[in-house]
Design a protein around this ligand. Structure first.
Ligand code: GLY
Length: 338
C-alpha cells in the first residue's frame, strides 16, 4: 500500500524506528504514547550484540541480529547518534565461568560465527581495566548505542499524539510488554534491573561476563558512564530495583572490574522486557484486519529495531511476512490465526 495512513502505538525504540522508516518511505504516520520512551528502552543498555547475547535454543536471533546490526550504521548516521564499535569481550572470572565462555564460543562456531578465544593475558591486553580473570573471547564486530539518545533523536523526527486517529489504514502495535487485547497473552514481562555508574576507569568496550556463575554485562558510553546489567526474572509485580538484584549485579561486576569500587552509583532502573513463548519477536500481521504487531523483542529490542522497521514497512507496502516472526504462529490470535 502506497501513501498509507498509519498509527504506531508505542514510542519505545521499536515503535519509533518503525514510525521513522514508514515516514521516510512517504507514509502518513503518527506515534501514540502518553509516556514516550519511558518503557523498556529507557532501561536498555544498548548492546548490539547478536552473538554475545544469543542463548542456546535461540539461534534464529543470531541470524536476525546480524541482519539488524548491519542496518545500525545507517540508522545511527541518519539520527546523528553515536555507534560505539570495538566489539564485545566475553569473560569468565573462574574456571567454571570460563566454561560458560567456551560454551558460548562453541555455539557460535557451530553457526559459523568467528570468535577469537583469549587467555588471561589476551583479556588483559584487550581490556586493561579488568581484573584477573580466567580467560575470555572477543567478538570484534559487535557495537553499542545509547538507547535514550536514539529515542530522543527519533522523537525529534516523528509526529507524536496522545490518542489514535480515526480512519487509519494500518495500526502498528509496538507497546512492549503491555499488548492490548486480544494479544495480551502473547508476551510476558521479564524484569530487568540495571545500574548506571560513572567511573574514571571504564572498560573500553562491552564486557559480557560470568563471575561465580552470575551473568553480568558492562556497557561503556565513552564519557565515563557505564551501564551495568541485567537481572532477568519473570515477575507479576511492577518492576522495581531490588536490593538483592543490585547486590548480585554489583558483586559480579566487581569481581571482573575492580574499578567499580570507586565508581559513582548514579541510577537504578527496572523495566519489563516483553518475552514471547518461543523467544522470537512478533513482527507482522496480527490476524485482525489492518493491525500489525511489532512487539515481543525480549532482550533484543534495541538490536532488532532497524530490521523490525524494515520488515514492518515492507509488510505494509507489499504484504510480505517473515514466517519465523509471523505473530499468527501462535494459536489464540484472532480467527484461529489465518
Ligand atoms: N540485551 C540485554 C538485556 O536484555 O539485558
Amino acid at each position: 500500500m502506497a501513501g498509507a495512513r498509519v498509527d504506531v502505538l508505542g514510542a519505545g525504540i521499536v515503535g519509533l524506528t518503525v514510525a521513522d522508516e514508514l515516514a521516510r518511505r512517504g507514509h502518513d504516520v503518527v506515534v501514540v504514547d502518553p509516556q514516550p520512551a519511558l518503557g523498556a528502552s529507557y532501561a536498555a543498555a544498548g548492546m548490539l550484540s547478536p552473538a554475545a547475547e544469543v542463548w542456546h535454543g535461540e539461534e534464529e536471533i543470531l541470524r536476525l541480529g546480524l541482519a539488524s546490526l548491519a542496518l545500525w550504521p545507517d540508522l545511527a548516521g541518519r539520527l546523528g547518534t553515536e555507534l560505539r564499535r570495538g566489539g564485545t569481550l566475553l569473560v569468565g572470572y573462574d574456571a567454571g565461568d570460563l566454561q560458560q565462555v567456551e560454551r558460548q564460543a562453541a555455539l557460535l562456531h557451530r553457526h559459523g560465527h568467528p570468535v577469537e578465544l583469549l587467555g588471561r593475558a589476551g583479556v588483559r591486553s584487550a581490556e586493561p581495566s579488568l581484573g584477573r580473570v580466567a580467560g575470555g573471547a572477543l567478538l570484534p564486530a559487535e557495537a553499542s548505542v545509547d538507547p535514550r539518545a536514539v529515542c530522543e533523536a527519533l522523537l525529534g523526527r516523528v509526529v507524536l499524539r496522545g490518542a489514535p486517529r480515526p480512519g487509519t489504514d494500518v495500526t502498528v502495535v509496538a507497546t512492549g510488554a503491555s499488548l492490548p487485547q486480544p494479544w495480551t497473552g502473547l508476551v510476558t514481562g521479564v524484569r530487568g534491573e540495571i545500574l548506571r555508574l560513572r567511573s574514571d576507569d571504564p572498560p573500553r568496550r562491552t564486557v559480557r561476563g560470568w563471575a561465580g556463575g552470575e551473568p553480568v554485562y558492562l556497557v561503556p558510553r565513552g564519557d565515563g558512564r557505564v551501564v551495568l546489567g541485567a537481572t532477568s526474572e519473570a515477575h507479576e509485580a511492577p518492576p522495581v530495583v531490588t536490593a538483592g538484584g543490585a547486590l548480585r549485579l554489583l558483586a559480579a561486576a566487581r569481581a571482573l572490574w575492580p574499578a567499580l569500587d570507586r565508581a559513582e552509583l548514579v541510577e537504578g532502573t527496572a523495566r519489563d522486557r516483553p518475552a514471547t513463548a518461543d523467544g522470537l519477536p512478533l513482527v507482522g500481521p496480527s490476524g485482525a484486519d489492518g493491525v500489525v504487531l511489532a512487539a515481543g523483542h525480549h532482550r533484543h529490542g534495541v538490536l532488532l529495531a532497524p530490521l523490525t522497521a524494515r520488515l514492518v514497512a515492507d509488510h505494509v507496502e507489499t504484504g510480505r511476512v517473515d514466517p519465523v516472526l509471523d505473530p499468527r504462529r501462535f494459536a489464540g490470535t484472532p480467527e484461529g490465526v489465518r
